[in-house]
Design a binder for this molecule. Structure first.
Ligand SMILES: [Mn+2]
Length: 465
């Protein structure tokens, strides 16, 4: 699977960290509420329980001056922060939180003795290892490897496979998951929904790449698939991609490939469509949990609707009542997304020189507005030539707006970096922000909206050559 090994320094630090971590009896694991955070929490809870410890846990959106007060309530247990914490030491200290452990992959704010973070060992937490991966390495150093596949879901949830495959030490975790018979790796089309979506939905809702004539148009997709002699249904039920025979898969993927070539789509976009897909082979056929990307979406749906604990229970193995509830979260998540996209197609976006934006004024919740923007962008409800900025009310502070920014690989290739732009521009106006090149976010004072748009517009113009 991989020639990668952990550096001896990293191995040693992991051993020291985990032996100190395991000295106590009662723990409280606190984690971020996205897919990587939920999986980080699950891997850590599984480890501590396997060691016979008492463990409670929670996941939340962020550590800030408000939520930090809640952290103090867990006095008495040993606090373990996962997938966040490395950037919060001074905040935690200011609020009297101490003696906590941190397992994180975000750039650390400062050295701290009970912290394990890949940046100190030459690994990039943005692409080489996720929060869940770090939790996995901690667990593995204590002999626990049962959660390898869940850790891979965390990495995929953090988009660490965006170059077509997991890289670097992420592949060690993948290798463990494969060796343990938990996961399968195939080279195939990397569209979302291979397990649980119908073929037409899979292609119509694909956001990267956009396929002119197909994206956003289920009817055209149905015709396209049928024209290849591939039946859409089997006994009346819509077929998903994983139900196709090998010959049908090849027919479909090469037809999509040819279509993109005919449309003069740049090579790197076509290449990005193919790569590794990670299957949790012990999960039920056509279940969302069988595909790592779809699994991550289930977890995000739980987190965004403030039920991250359901996600943790699913990761820890519940396939009964909690999984049922999590499926309900996914349904509702999809419904909210559909409604958001409908609102957007009716109301449209505002156009500036180097960006488009919309302000949903509270109609679309801040927790899903970024996803709505990304999907609408993919479906060409928003034209793909410029990045999109979406504004929503900040639930915790009405004086602020939440900004979600989305772009595509074409723009990123030309130099666009949304994370840098969000960080720089929001800071200038008394806000905060950051993120990836292709997806990022920020908070800005509400009365500075126009000013923010202007400086972002100018910066994008400088970034994109
Ligand atoms: Mn993460």
């Amino acid at each position: 699977m991989s020639n990668e090994t952990l550096s001896p320094e990293f191995e040693k630090a992991l051993r020291e960290f985990s032996s100190e971590l395991s000295e106590n009896d009662d723990y409280f694991v606190l984690s971020h509420h996205d897919a990587d955070g939920i999986t980080s929490c699950s891997v850590t809870v599984d480890l501590l329980r396997s060691l016979g410890k008492n463990v409670d846990y929670a996941c939340m959106k962020q550590i800030d001056s408000v939520t930090v007060e809640k952290i103090r309530e867990y006095d008495g247990s040993t606090l373990v922060l996962t997938d966040f914490g490395s950037g919060h030491h001074s905040l935690l200290a200011e609020h009297g939180v101490k003696d906590y452990f941190v397992i994180d992959h975000h750039p650390p704010e400062m050295e701290y003795s009970r912290q394990i973070n890949p940046h100190y060992f030459g690994y990039d937490g943005g692409g080489e290892v996720s929060g869940a991966g770090m939790a996995y390495f901690v667990a593995k150093s204590l002999g626990r490897t049962a959660m390898a596949a869940v850790a891979v879901v965390g990495a995929v949830g953090d988009m660490q496979d965006s170059n077509g495959a997991l890289e670097s030490i992420n592949r060690l975790i993948l290798g463990d998951a494969v060796d343990a018979g938990l996961m399968g790796v195939e080279n195939d089309i990397r569209m979302f929904g291979r397990q649980s979506r119908s073929l037409t939905q899979m292609i119509a809702y694909s956001s990267d790449p956009v396929i002119p004539g197909l994206t956003g148009n289920q009817q055209a997709c149905a015709q396209f698939i049928e024209s290849l002699g591939i039946p859409l249904r089997d006994n009346g039920d819509y077929r998903s991609y994983v139900e196709l025979s090998q010959a049908e898969r090849e027919k479909l993927t090469s037809a999509l490939y040819m279509k993109l070539v005919d449309l003069n789509t740049p090579d790197f976009i076509i290449h990005g469509m193919f790569g590794e897909v990670y299957t949790l082979v012990r999960e039920e056929f056509k279940s969302e949990l069988r595909d790592s990307k779809e699994f991550a979406t289930v977890l995000n749906a739980c987190g965004r609707q403030e039920q991250p604990d359901l996600g943790v229970k699913v990761c820890l193995g519940d396939r009964g009542s909690q999984w049922k509830k999590a499926q309900g979260m996914l349904e509702r998540h999809r419904k909210l997304l559909r409604e958001g996209i409908e609102w957007l197609s009716e109301n449209g976006t505002e156009d500036m020189s180097n960006l488009r934006y919309f302000d949903a004024g509270g109609v679309i919740k801040e927790s899903i507005i970024g996803v709505v923007a990304g999907m609408a962008y993919g479906a060409r409800i928003i034209p793909p030539g410029k990045p999109i900025l979406a504004f929503a009310e900040d639930r915790d502070d009405p004086g602020f707006l939440k900004v979600s920014a989305r772009a595509n690989w074409g723009l990123v290739r030309r130099g666009l970096h949304l994370g840098n732009a969000m960080r720089e521009c929001s800071r200038k106006l008394g806000g905060e922000g950051g993120g990836h090149d292709i997806a990022a976010g920020a908070r800005v004072p509400r009365e500075k909206l126009k000013e923010f748009l202007n400086i972002v517009d100018t910066l994008f113009g400088e970034q994109v050559k």
